[in-house]
Design a protein around this ligand. Sequence first.
Ligand code: DAH
Length: 344
Amino acid sequence: MDKNIEIIETINKISEEAKKSLDSAKESSELDGIFKAFMGKKGRLTEILHNIGSYSIEEKKIIGKKSNEVKNEIEAVYNAKKTELSAGENKKFSAEYKIDLTIPGKHIERFHKHPITAVLEEAADFFTSMGFTIVEGPEIETAYYNFDALNIPADHPARDVWDTFYLLNGLVPRTHTSSVQARILEKKELPLRIIAPGRCYRYEAVDATHLFMFNQMEGLFVDKNVKLSDLKGILEETVKHLLGARKTRFRPAFYPFVEPGLDLDIECVFCGGRGCGVCKNTGWIEVIPCGMVHPNVFKYAGIDTEEYKGFAFGMGFDRIVMLKYNINDLRLLYQGSLDILNQF
Ligand code: DAH
């Protein structure tokens, strides 16, 4: 018997053995183990075929053809047995765990982000594309960062505007995200461009446009040569990006931490500027209070006011969402009603 026939014999023998063992398997896991022992990377058949280097090309062709046939046969036995065993195993599993595998699965509804989160992320993406980084500050703040460091001293009437709840330990649920400005300036890592989104709390009677808890997004841009025109350009682009092209205007306003202070208004989305109940017949809605950082705020942080200038803004974020989606009652956003939230 020449070498050639010898190896074919061996392949045949292994094949018979493999098929017999596979057929006698009692469980899927055993079946898989047997299959691997013959056909795996280090399986018996695979090993044999690795050692055919000494045969001639003609002989290799014959061996190759034979081994393919055998592999197909073994696979067919494996597949048939697998189907048979799995069916039995599933039945046993269902009986044991009282599960009917034929019942269709539960339909799981696809959900989406809350409109406030979605718009916050959209705004954050927009600002990061302009080189801003996102920072966070604590929601429970010291009076120093919430007021004093923002040029709102304890005895100043401006403090009344943000009069609020205090905790027994003297800390305050922050009334605005402006406190993050004071914290970040203190680090003096200049120049800087940051936004600080987050929740704020106020002593407020709840109605369609006021809540005791709401979202703001603070912004701060400090560099050696920042001008009011930078503020105007960036905020006008922001409004355009978030709310679409709308008419805007800047109005003087007072905030202790900026000088000059401004309010950016947009044309009323509800009446198109003609005047209605929402815009109190002015045709305009205030969207972004802002201004040039007050020198005292820099002084509190120990920053040279000759060297650095900056602008700041603090948008009421819930308000932006209301305007974007024409929602006329802020409370709707916080009720957790899917009927409402699914509309966005
Ligand atoms: N912190 C102010 C508020 O909650 C809003 C504000 C006004 C923030 C002007 C600013 C700003 O950064 O420059 O009423």
